[in-house]
Design a protein around this ligand. Structure first.
Ligand SMILES: NC(=O)c1ccc[n+]([C@@H]2O[C@H](COP(=O)([O-])OP(=O)(O)OC[C@H]3O[C@@H](n4cnc5c(N)ncnc54)[C@H](O)[C@@H]3O)[C@@H](O)[C@H]2O)c1
Length: 428
């Protein structure tokens, strides 16, 4: 079993640390956020992620998992240091490497001899070399090991990945990193760092493309009177296409797809290729937010000013509390800009204080029904199961009119129509 340091305890770092401890390694996780570290030391997991609290508790109890403030404090005795810090979007669309550089500069002088630095953050091609340069350590090997976990099923994805990708010219170091994953079963791919880094961007861009494609076909379905749900079923049975990521919705978002697609457009341009296809995928997504608002406006008779909109769901998808780049928030912004009042409910958002500051006008209700009181229209923006089972009769009574825009095609249309609702979905 190996001694690991994990730098950054966000969605990726905390999952990585807890899962590696579960696999039997000794893991020290570091963060710059002292409050977060204190909560984690007490076994309190600050994010919503299935099974993560159980694994963190197990690691703390077994003494295999600990938390410290500051990267330097974590790496002093490690064999492997995993970089799991943010790579946000820079002003020009490229990935901002300043967190990677800061963490590398911090650990460079204190890393034990012959240790391996593993980069799990999503970084542009060439970043392995950047880390090597900033570390300034000829005896330390840098390995690219992109992470593919999905928020909401991060623990399952880490322990049962579709594949493990290692990018490193030094095969012995690559094998040492692969050995850490013993206990998981997955195809493994050892390649050069540039290819490993490109695989991660290509995967996210392809998934975003599937979603934008589904939304574009939904628009076609609306124009020709087809039902996108059946169309996607018919499409997904084709093994060459696959059924996943073909669900139409209010647009894609989250902490990865928006920044990673824009970063890949930029990486391509820097490499001399105009990635018009991906530009189109991003444009279709922006249009989708507007298309949802168009439906809500139409549902209240053509003008949103002084109308009250009930919103079900604020996170970018169900199963997470992550609001970063949520399509829900993009839609809510547009509703507010047109003069609507918004009353929202999300199972993981307790109060308006949890929302970005520019959404301060949104009322956050304690339950789905509460959000509907006095509303002129209800719009479903996140696919939380709890919304599926709400009583249409009670919701209809709470609202001024039975108007419904289901941007996730989540609710049973026939059931809601039986209760008098005018139901508008996506692509049907
Ligand atoms: N969130 C996902 O679903 C996901 C999936 C795959 C890959 N990624 C990639 O993984 C990386 C991390 O993403 P995330 O969502 O976990 O980010 P996050 O913002 O949730 O967490 C990052 C953490 O790093 C900490 N941090 C920043 N600088 C630090 C430093 N110098 N030392 C110690 N801690 C530091 C922050 O305080 C924060 O807690 C990004 O590159 C992202 O693109 C994310």
């Amino acid at each position: 079993m190996a001694r690991l340091a994990i730098i950054g305890t966000g969605y990726v770092g905390l999952t990585t640390g807890a899962c590696f401890a579960h696999l039997g390694h000794d893991v020290v996780c570091a963060d710059v956020d002292a409050d977060k570290v204190a909560r984690l030391q007490a076994g309190e997991v600050p994010i919503v992620e299935d099974r993560l609290d159980k694994l963190v508790g197990e690691g703390l109890d077994d003494g295999r998992l600990s938390f410290v403030v500051g990267a330097a404090a974590a790496v002093a005795d490690c064999e492997f240091a995993f970089l799991c810090v943010p790579t946000p979007q820079d002003e020009d669309g490229s990935a901002d490497l300043s967190y990677i550089e800061a963490a590398s500069a911090e650990i460079g002088p204190v890393l034990p001899a012959e240790s391996i630095v593993v980069n799990k953050s999503t970084v542009p091609v060439g970043s392995t070399r950047v880390v090597e340069r900033v570390l300034g350590r000829a005896d330390v090997t840098v390995v690219s090991n992109p992470e593919f976990l999905r928020e909401g099923s991060a623990v399952r994805d880490f322990l049962h990945p579709d594949r493990i990708v290692i990018g490193c010219e030094d095969r012995a170091a690559a094998v040492r990193v692969l050995a850490l994953y013993l206990g998981t079963t997955a195809p493994t791919l050892v390649t050069d760092p540039a290819s490993a880094e490109t695989i991660k961007y290509a995967a996210n861009a392809f998934l975003a493309t599937k979603l934008s494609f589904a939304n574009a076909i939904a628009a076609v379905c609306e124009g020709v009177g087809a039902d996108v749900e059946d169309v996607m079923l018919g499409l997904g049975y084709d093994h060459r296409i696959g059924a996943e990521f073909l669900r139409p919705g209010p647009g894609w978002g989250g902490s990865c797809f928006p920044k990673d697609t824009r970063a890949l457009v930029r990486i391509a341009a820097d490499g001399g290729y105009d990635f018009g296809l991906l530009d189109g995928v991003i444009a279709v997504n922006e249009e989708q937010f507007t298309r949802v608002v168009d439906k809500v406006r139409a549902a209240v008779g053509g003008d949103l000013a002084d109308r009250t909109v009930a919103v079900w769901g604020l996170t970018f998808k169900a199963g997470t509390d992550d609001l970063r780049e949520s399509p829900s928030l993009a839609v809510v912004h547009r509703l507010l800009a047109e003069g609507a009042s918004v009353r929202a409910h999300d199972p993981t958002v307790a109060s308006v204080a949890d929302l970005p500051a520019d959404l301060g006008e949104v009322a956050v209700g304690g339950d789905p029904l509460e959000a509907c009181r006095g509303a002129d229209v209800l719009v479903v923006l996140t696919e939380w199961d709890v919304f599926r089972w709400q009583d249409p009769a009670a919701v209809g009574e709470a609202m001024t009119a039975p108007a419904l825009v289901d941007a996730r095609n989540l609710l049973d249309r026939a059931r809601w129509e039986r209760h008098g609702f005018v139901h508008q979905g996506i692509g049907r």
